[in-house]
Ligand binder design. Structure first.
Ligand code: GLU
Length: 487
């Protein structure tokens, strides 16, 4: 196999979508799997819609996902620059080559003329390719038109009788395109900006790209690109077009099916590990039942042979399940660190944290993480650990506090807690038992009212761990407050 060189070539024209991230991941995995090079090229030729902000979002999202690039914007490399607007001379040079070979010609038609022509062709029921009006202009014609102040675009001359072009696609097999209706297409606009099909061919060739792995929506562009490779005398790379992503209702994935931008998932507290795992399964499978894959594992197993031809279905429940899995299984320090910004945003924490506070926070996160789908959910689960007071709103909890044995139980427990040297979870366990003994009750009769007083609910994580996290004073205060309210 030739050295693997792949590229991810986003257009920085808006939010970075799931589909783009999946293309990036598949390219990255392919490069890593085969010891190749992963290139990041920015296709910013749509001057109106491209922005540096969008480019920076893409770069940040790739870094967040853990996808580093070997050549490209910011890191540089031997085939730079890696932003298309910085490569205009190169496109000019190859457009000139095509002109001199007569595989391209200058076209002086204005937007208005082209629009009128399209309309006329449509009215005749013809397909709306370019009519070829400027195909055979003489140098004198050109000079005359230029004297009128017209600036030419450069059009590719599609070979006559082109017939069928077969794309040999590593995912989709052989796909034939009837090229008889491909009209001559613009490769360089009158302002010197290349069109997508031309820029992509020049860049993929000049960057020695071996495999073009991209979304299926670009498959119909591929025959035009192949025509350009042929005219320039260049070898085509191998193509692999990855299927569309559909929503669960089988229509094209859109905002209706959930957030489409990677950033939105990051903001909600999805973990990059879950996102990578989820993206990988959008079109690829290992073949077995296994669904949990780290980036390392994916790197070992990824292959284009196992990328499916059928559309991938975006299943938010699966992403949620994966995210819950990584929240529960990752090292507690990692989840704690990721949680801090979410707790700050919710107003629970101020950084920097003292080492003691950090240790305390770890206990909180360890206790609640099993309830989380994403880290943004933390705010709904941690109030009782951060707030001074707890409000008992749940009906069943209020009722539990009215049992006749509650005053004796709470008084005993508050006293024992305040007297104990250090309220660990282990110690709390013993104190709950001892307080129950004093009040003549056990089991649920102890746990339910104490839990209700400390958390406002009759369900939740381990009571002894909650007590250790709250600390002696808050436990005693909440028991007393519950009694006060009850009296
Ligand atoms: N700039 C194109 C896009 O964002 C990439 C096309 C390609 O990979 O060839 O869709």
């Amino acid at each position: 196999m030739q050295p693997v060189r792949v590229r991810f070539a986003p257009s920085p024209t808006g939010p970075f979508h799931i589909g783009g991230a999946r293309s990036a991941l598949f390219n990255w995995l392919f490069a890593r799997r085969y010891g190749g090079v992963f290139i990041l090229r920015i296709e910013d030729t749509d001057l109106e819609r491209s922005s540096r902000e969008s480019e920076e979002n893409i770069l940040a999202a790739l870094r967040w996902l853990g996808l580093d690039w070997d050549e490209g914007v910011e890191v540089g490399g031997p085939n730079g620059p890696y932003r298309q607007t910085e490569r205009l001379e190169l496109y000019q040079r190859y457009a000139e080559q095509l002109l001199s070979q007569k595989d391209a010609y200058r076209c002086y038609c204005t937007e208005e003329e082209l629009a009128a022509e399209r309309e006329a062709l449509l009215a005749e029921g013809a397909l709306s390719g370019y009519s070829g009006r400027c195909r055979n202009l003489s140098p004198e014609d050109c000079a005359r038109l230029e004297a009128e102040g017209r600036k030419p675009a450069i059009r590719f001359r599609v070979p006559d009788n082109q017939g069928t072009i077969v794309v040999r696609d590593l995912v989709r097999g052989e796909v034939s395109f009837d090229c008889s209706d491909i009209g001559d297409f613009i490769i360089l606009k009158s302002d010197g900006i290349p069109t997508y099909n031309f820029a992509v061919v020049v860049d993929d060739h000049c960057m020695s790209v071996s495999h073009v792995i991209r979304a299926e929506e670009h498959l119909p562009n591929t025959p035009r690109q192949i025509l350009l490779y042929n005219a320039l005398g260049w070898e085509t790379p191998q193509f692999a077009h990855v299927s569309l992503i559909l929503g669960k209702d089988r229509s094209k994935m859109s905002k209706r099916h959930g957030a489409t931008a990677i950033e939105q998932y990051q903001e909600k507290g999805y973990l990059p590990e879950a996102m990578v795992n989820f993206l990988a399964l959008l079109g690829w499978s290992a073949g077995g039942e296994e669904e949990i894959f780290s980036l390392e594992e994916l790197t070992r197993q990824f292959s284009l042979e196992r990328v499916s031809k059928s559309p991938a279905v975006f299943d938010l429940d699966k992403l949620n399940w994966l995210n819950g899995h990584y929240i529960r299984q990752s090292p507690i320090e990692y989840i704690t660190d990721l949680s801090i910004p979410f707790l700050e945003k919710a107003g629970y924490l101020k950084t920097p944290l003292t080492p003691e506070r950090y240790e305390w926070l770890k206990e909180v996160i360890a206790l609640v993480r099993k309830y989380l789908v994403c880290l943004d959910d933390l705010k709904d689960h941690v109030g009782i650990y951060f707030n001074e007071e707890v409000e008992v709103l749940e009906e069943e909890a209020r009722e539990a506090l009215t049992a006749p044995h509650v005053p004796a139980l709470f008084e005993a427990l508050a006293r024992l807690v305040l007297d104990c040297p250090a309220l660990s979870a282990e110690a709390a366990k013993g104190l709950l038992k001892a307080a129950g003994k004093e009040a003549g009750v056990k089991g649920k009769q102890i746990f339910i009212p104490v839990r209700a007083a400390l958390t406002g609910s009759i369900e939740g994580p381990d009571l002894d761990r909650i007590m250790a996290i709250l600390g002696k004073e808050r436990v005693a205060r909440r028991l007393a407050a519950a009694l006060d309210r009850g009296l």
